[in-house]
Ligand binder design. Sequence first.
Ligand SMILES: [Zn+2]
Length: 183
Amino acid sequence: MEYFLSLFKFLSYILLKEFFDFTNYYFPFPMSIFSCFWRNLRSEREEEMAARSITYITGSQLLSLKRRPNIAIVDVRDDERSYDGHIAGSLHFASDTFRDKIPSLIQAANGKDTLVFHCALSQVRGPKCARRLAEYLAESKDDVGIRNIMVLERGFNGWEASGRPVCRCTEVFCKGHTEQPQQ
Ligand SMILES: [Zn+2]
């Protein structure tokens, strides 16, 4: 009997000790789980929002929408723009300096609610800059009126290869006045 009693005491001691160790040790743990989870949830939602606001547009869709005054085409190619020509009326914001120039892009696109990004193929630079703008807008408190961020499928090369009009003016912000069908 004595033996069982001491065994019982010993076991309850172990259990209590474990319990208090557990609560002391793990007290901050549920909070950290919660905050990690919350943080992940938040950033995922922000990413999702940023991703959701970027859609793709084909060359023919863009051609039919292009004359609307609410659309700005943003060319983010680097040097190629100067010798390959460009889509008439497009703005030029080279990808290598894009991040720093977002405020001036917003200024240049004032009054436009749809921005269509492209680079040569719209595989890397175009979508990357579009995402950067979406992230910038998600973090910014100001509503600058940009509702749609799009990427032109197949980029400028696809546009040109389909025989769509290419402008060869040398202005940084093309006014689209020298638009001519590709020969
Ligand atoms: Zn031009």
